[in-house]
Design a protein around this ligand. Sequence first.
Ligand code: SF4
Length: 250
Amino acid sequence: MLSEHKIEKFSKEFETKTPQEIIEWAADRFCPYMAMSSSFQTQSMPLLHMATRIIPELPVLFLDTGYHFWDTLLFREKIAHEWGLNIIDLHRSSHWDSFARQYARSLPVEDPNLCCYLHKVQPMQKALKGYRAWISGIRRDQTSVRAKANFLELQEDGLLKINPLLNWTKNDVSNYIKEHELPQHPLYEKGYRSVGCAPCTIAIGVNDDERAGRWAGRGKVECGLHTSMFNTKDISESQSEFRLNATKTS
Ligand code: SF4
């Protein structure tokens, strides 16, 4: 395992490296104990493209929340087939089935933090237990939380999170898409600049912030995968962020 000093040192060096150089560095050290996550939206395509060309067998973790647009699922199937991807679907724990079914319609609206915790944070925590490193596609220009991220971030349980696109801008993403003629998510042209689950995504204007259509008007900008919520291993530690008391109702 890398020491905290080395993580800091590499993280600083990566400020001037290309995403491909960072992925190659990670592949040498961590494969086959490394995975990436992807939401298969248009902005995710460059990282998915470059990482799976460097490491064709790289496990690609996809959070199948049950709330995706059909367009996302069909697009995911098409890309998986055409690019020969090694996709692993992640689902919520069956422990929450009865609670999640009971509140299926209202949960994303009434308590999006809890909904994201059950459908995204917990399944990703569980899946990543088998890996030493996790490649994520966050960029500093996306949100104020992401603006403070580092290229390498050690999670509490020893997992190393690697953010190769951290310094890329929206323009870098579109340039890469054009240069490599990458396919776009089918909803992109309809104004869905950042596509998540259907109940929490709306179309936006061309001049709006890229993520303005996610949880619009609900005071939420992150699902929890890239915040301190990801480090909480017990639901009771995150309870203060929830409106519904899932421990009572499950
Ligand atoms: S994005 Fe919305 S529907 Fe998807 S898990 Fe989060 S709150 Fe639930």
